[in-house]
Design a protein around this ligand. Structure first.
Ligand SMILES: Nc1nc2c(ncn2[C@@H]2O[C@H](COP(=O)(O)OP(=O)(O)OP(=O)(O)O)[C@@H](O)[C@H]2O)c(=O)[nH]1
Length: 552
């Protein structure tokens, strides 16, 4: 005979149908259990997605313990501990525990909660996946044991809920798996970004910082330190603190660590030992092993940290060979490292090794680039000096005959193209009676005069003019954008200033005069025609008594 009236059954089923989440359904079930008034408390423990645990999803303790409910919610109950829930799941039968049959752990629970009876009712849903119960309803009774007819009522009530409970539980597991998969994808993307950032870094300091930040983000360590092998020693490179509050401790610690290098001797330091062993080591809680003998450096280092707890030390590898060490330290609290954490740390240590090696290669290549740049600059200077040498006259510093020839051809082309708008003048200057000067004062003094006259010519010319030593004691000036009048004026200025001064020579102060002939480009002129006319003008100047300017 069902204890629920058809109308009540209909109401409950209506509520079940309208439930939109597992939580709503469980609330509904719990409200009905409370309404039945058969127990003083209950726990609804449902299978988790992995199937290895029950999770406590709903709870009601006897009145005096209700403030503890919140802390027990979500508690995971293993299915292999042989206790009440595990037994109910395994046997699929009602498990009743009371002071007469409880094992010692259950006795403690009964005593602690002042309970007379604790009953596990497996929730066996029709058609549930794998046929196993989907959870356990635990009823707590402080007073006399629950009579059988009351269990029948609860069972009747559960019968209404089980099919929906099974579906909603399955759905909530799917949601949970979906959330976990989404979180894993996001985490992987973050990891990829981190790896990308690491490879693009070229500063070792930045690599240590990013690496430590990533590890500290994932695992609650407080300090990280990095060491590299160079010249057969392990050198400290960087210490990083997880929080600004640890900064002064980090500095004190770093001051000590800077006293490395450690020789590559396993007794020098645990760090060297780990590196030579080429295998990461975890010390879950240093406080438990602090009495063990330690190398002097390590003793001091750990003493500075005052309360070191979990230590993780790993080789930094490149191409599977250790190139250094990184160490993680927690202070005050221990850090639990799962196998997945250790795998991740192993992978990251190889990656760190590659990033460090890349960065070093980059630094070396940068040095080489700098060296090549320097060599290039030197070469460029040399090329420039050679080009200058090839184009200038050693004695006077003016352009030489070859440059004159090239420049004249270039200017003639330009002027021919520009037509009437752009005049071009050519000016020849020749020292008078230079043979006699040489004969009187010596060849060396003649050289001094040549240099002085050249300097004087240079002083009067413009940037765009090209003053060249044509040969011997003869100079030629190409004067772009200069008409005949301008050329005559310039020639006069040079002639006059040379005549008016005495030049210092190795034979003493000496004066000379110069004669000049100038002409301008006429359409149809080639190089020779232009030069010949200027030479003729010079000849005239010589003919007419020297120390003068003639033009044609
Ligand atoms: N000291 C010195 N003399 C040079 C150099 N090149 C040419 N000479 C001399 O310059 C002199 C040129 O003499 P000439 O061509 O006869 O002409 P000049 O004596 O100046 O007579 P005019 O030009 O007619 O006034 C020669 O004696 C050359 O030896 C040089 O580089 N240094």
């Amino acid at each position: 005979m069902p204890f629920l009236a058809p109308e009540r059954t209909y109401q409950i089923i209506n509520g079940i149908i309208n439930a939109e989440r597992l939580d709503d359904l469980l609330d509904l079930l719990c409200a009905e259990i409370v309404a039945l008034g058969v127990a003083d408390g209950y726990l609804v423990n449902m299978r988790d997605a992995s199937g290895g645990y029950l999770s406590c999803l709903k709870i009601r303790y006897p009145a005096e313990y209700q403030n503890l409910e919140q802390s027990y919610l979500g508690y995971k109950i293993p299915l292999d501990n042989g206790q009440l829930n595990a037994r109910a799941m395994a046997t699929r039968e009602l498990v009743r525990v009371n002071p007469g049959n409880a094992n010692s752990e259950e006795q403690n629970i009964l005593l602690y909660w002042k309970i007379q009876e604790m009953t596990g009712m497996p929730l066996c849903a029709p058609g549930a996946p794998a046929g196993a119960p989907i959870g356990v309803l635990v009823l707590l009774k402080q007073g006399p044991a629950i009579p059988d007819e009351d269990f029948a009522k609860v069972q009747e009530l559960l019968g209404l809920f089980l099919a929906s409970l099974s579906r909603w539980l399955h759905f909530s597991h799917l949601e949970q798996l979906h959330d976990e998969a989404t979180a894993a994808v996001a985490e992987n993307q973050r990891l990829l970004q981190f790896l990308d950032d690491m490879t693009s870094l070229t500063s070792l300091d930045k690599i240590y910082e990013l690496f430590a930040a990533e590890l500290i983000r994932q695992l609650p360590f407080d300090l990280a330190s990095f060491y590299l092998v160079e010249d057969d020693h392990l050198h400290f490179r960087k210490a990083i603190a997880a929080r600004p509050q640890l900064e002064s401790l980090r500095q004190e610690w770093e001051h000590h660590l800077l006293q490395t290098p450690y020789p590559l001797d396993p007794t020098a330091s645990g760090l060297v030992y780990v590196m030579l062993r080429d295998e990461a080591m975890v010390f879950p809680d240093f406080q438990e092993i602090r009495h063990l003998p330690l190398a002097g450096y390590d003793k001091k280092s750990l003493a500075i940290l005052r309360t070191p707890r979990t230590l993780f030390i790993s080789p930094i590898r490149h191409h599977k060979k250790p190139i250094g060490i990184f160490a993680l330290y927690s202070l005050e609290h221990t850090v639990e490292l799962s196998n997945a954490d250790l795998d991740l740390l192993g992978d990251l240590s190889s990656f760190l090794g590659t990033a460090i090696t890349n960065s070093k290669l980059y630094a070396t290549s940068q040095e080489q680039v700098l060296e090549i740049r320097h060599l290039n600059a030197m070469l460029e200077e040399k090329v420039e000096a050679l080009a200058k040498q090839a184009s200038t006259d050693q004695l006077t510093g003016l352009f030489n005959f070859r440059t004159f020839e090239d420049e004249l051809v270039r200017r003639l082309h330009e002027t021919a193209r520009a037509g009437d708008h752009e005049p071009l003048a050519l000016l020849l200057i020749d020292i008078d009676h230079f043979k006699r000067f040489n004969d009187t004062n010596g060849h060396a003094a003649g050289n001094d005069i040549l240099a002085a006259v050249a300097q004087e010519i240079g002083r009067h010319t413009r940037q765009s003019d090209k003053a060249c030593r044509y040969g011997g004691e003869e100079f030629v000036l190409i004067l772009p954008k200069c008409g005949l009048e301008g050329a005559i004026q310039l020639a006069e200025r040079i002639r006059d200033s040379i005549e008016c001064q005495a030049f210092a020579t190795c034979a003493g102060q000496r004066s000379v005069t110069v004669s000049a002939g100038c002409t301008i480009y006429r359409p149809g002129d080639d190089r020779q025609a232009l030069f010949n006319r200027a030479d003729q003008a010079l000849y005239q100047a010589k003919e007419r008594g020297r120390n003068r300017v003639c033009s044609l």
